[in-house]
Design a protein around this ligand. Structure first.
Ligand code: SF4
Length: 514
């Protein structure tokens, strides 16, 4: 195994450090870009430093990159289907599914989901007939659940409105299919149809910014526009799909976010970031030898106020080398939220423990997924106030009084969504009977642990259940240091002893503690 293949075999994310891309610009942002020179007036032509202006160099770059890809590309199931599937609609569908799954998700994670998905729904028609519940069940754990939902909606549209025929160009794919943005359209069209159109994802941004010393905020419109123009100009006319995949593969396995393997890079001779580094090193060694009095600053492109150069306030940092590029936008902090969650459990007819889960609304975060009864908490509430909020929620849900002391505090479970830092304040409650629930707004059902894991539940809820099971395990085992952070102790007044169940009567009638 050569060094390049070894790098590929490490199974780095397709996107480098953050899903598809350690993405200086998130795929969603790229998908949302409609292309764009139309914004504002006509931009000034970029300086030569930022251009691929020499046709001979472009040809050489294409050749080197494709030769490397042919030798080093990872064997991935969607790549095999894109080559072997003779039916063009099936081929486009196979690529489409992979592209949607790979957004913000590691290649290694996607492979298993992809194989199961294609086995269950090998065609658009099969997917169009599936229920959202089935889609969510298969997607459970992959995150960003709206992706699966929109994929299915788009499949239904192709079947019902387009006679089962996938749109045949990137422009039509983007225009006609919900959830298909500029990047996904370009990927499907180039890989499945051989359309000579470029793609820009987090990996491509990184590689191109380094190759052409683009140090301005890589999520800004002028930079994104320039990168799309560059990708469209560079793409190999005879092998566009392979070229696009090669560029992304290079970013995922060689030109990585933090530790690029420049010495092994097949396009290093075309990389101006690397050239800068080499020049700096040469000047530094000359200075050490007393041949030059001063090491000059690394020059920018020479155009004052260039929208592609690093801002004057953030000059080149020699210690970063090529990773000076690209420059990321300041990351938006996720908002902090808290939710009170209650794991309601009972012994089922065959003695197995069962949990009550309710379905979330069909739109919004985690749409249509199942969860333990939960209620958002206002910031700054004390523990008892949080408990009361949960009690109120359960009472409204059951239409019966609920004793606050019957809820057993389990702990806090943190789950970070893309834009929300969510803390679940987890309680449990054991029942020895059923409760009559208001099903009008929240469908609910009892499930065994096995059924819970096979249901369309989020990773966060799986963490909640694990915390609950861990707590039960600690309480039923020999006394060890508890990781409980706060709240009622087992056996304390109003709490449920381990292994005992609260009667439905007690659950509904016990008076609230003072
Ligand atoms: Fe990336 Fe280094 Fe290759 Fe330039 S030489 S493209 S920085 S890996």
């Amino acid at each position: 195994m050569g060094p390049l293949r070894a790098a590929a075999a490490r199974g780095l994310r397709r996107g480098g450090g953050g899903g598809r891309g350690a993405a200086p610009a998130a795929p969603a942002a790229l998908e949302g870009s409609k292309g764009s020179a139309a914004r504002g007036g006509r931009p000034a032509p970029p300086a030569a430093l930022h251009l691929f202006g020499d046709p001979a160099e472009v040809e050489a770059l294409r050749g080197s990159l494709l030769a490397w890809y042919d030798e080093c590309k990872r064997d991935l199931p969607w790549r095999a289907l894109a080559v072997t599937e003779p039916d063009v609609n099936r081929r486009a569908y196979a690529v489409w599914v992979s592209e949607i799954m790979l957004q913000q998700t590691q290649v290694a994670t996607v492979i298993d989901y992809y194989n199961r998905w294609m086995q269950k729904w090998p065609t658009l028609q099969a997917l169009a007939e599936a229920s959202l519940e089935e889609v969510n069940e298969l997607w459970a754990g992959l995150g960003y659940y709206s992706r699966g939902k929109r994929l299915q909606e788009a499949a239904r549209k192709v079947v019902s409105e387009l006679a089962g025929q996938m749109p045949r160009t990137a422009e039509d794919l983007q225009k006609l299919l919900p959830g298909v943005g500029r990047y996904t359209a370009g990927a499907i069209a180039s890989i499945s149809y051989g359309q000579a159109t470029g793609v820009v994802d987090g990996n491509v941004i990184r590689v191109l910014c380094r190759m052409r010393c683009i140090g301005a905020d890589s999520s800004s419109p002028p930079v994104i526009d320039r990168l799309w123009a560059m990708a469209n100009a560079l793409v190999d006319r005879s092998r566009p799909g392979d070229f696009n995949q090669a560029l992304m593969e290079l970013g995922a396995t060689v030109c990585t976010p933090k530790a690029p393997l420049c010495g092994e890079c097949p396009v290093k001779q075309h990389c101006r970031a690397r050239l800068r580094v080499e020049k700096e090193l040469a000047l530094a060694s000359q200075k050490l030898l007393g041949k030059l009095p001063v090491v000059p600053d690394v020059e920018d492109c020479g155009v004052g106020g260039c929208p592609l150069c690093p801002p004057a306030a953030e000059p080149w940092d020699s210690s970063l080398g090529v990773t000076n590029f690209p420059r990321k936008a300041a990351k938006k902090q996720p908002r902090v939220e808290q939710t009170a969650t209650c794991v309601l459990e009972r012994r089922g007819r065959r003695g197995a423990l069962e949990y009550l889960i309710v379905q979330r609304p069909s739109s919004g975060l985690l749409a249509g997924l199942w969860e333990f009864p939960s209620v958002p908490l206002a910031p700054g509430l004390q523990q008892e106030q949080q408990r009361e909020v949960l009690v109120d929620h359960l009472q409204a849900w059951t239409g019966q009084p609920v004793a606050a002391g019957s809820l057993r505090f389990i702990g806090e479970v943190v789950h970070v969504f893309s834009h929300i830092h969510q803390t679940y304040v987890v309680y449990s409650l054991s029942l020895d009977g059923d409760v009559t629930l208001d099903l009008a707004s929240s469908p609910s059902r009892w499930v065994t642990e096995e059924e819970f894991r096979a249901s369309a539940v989020s990773t966060a809820m799986k963490k909640v259940l694990r915390a609950c099971e861990r707590q039960h395990g600690e309480e039923s085992g020999p006394a060890k240091g508890s990781k409980r952070k706060r709240g009622a102790k087992p056996g304390a007044a109003g709490s449920t002893r381990p292994g005992t169940q609260l009667s439905l009567r007690t659950f509904l009638r016990a008076p609230n503690p003072p």
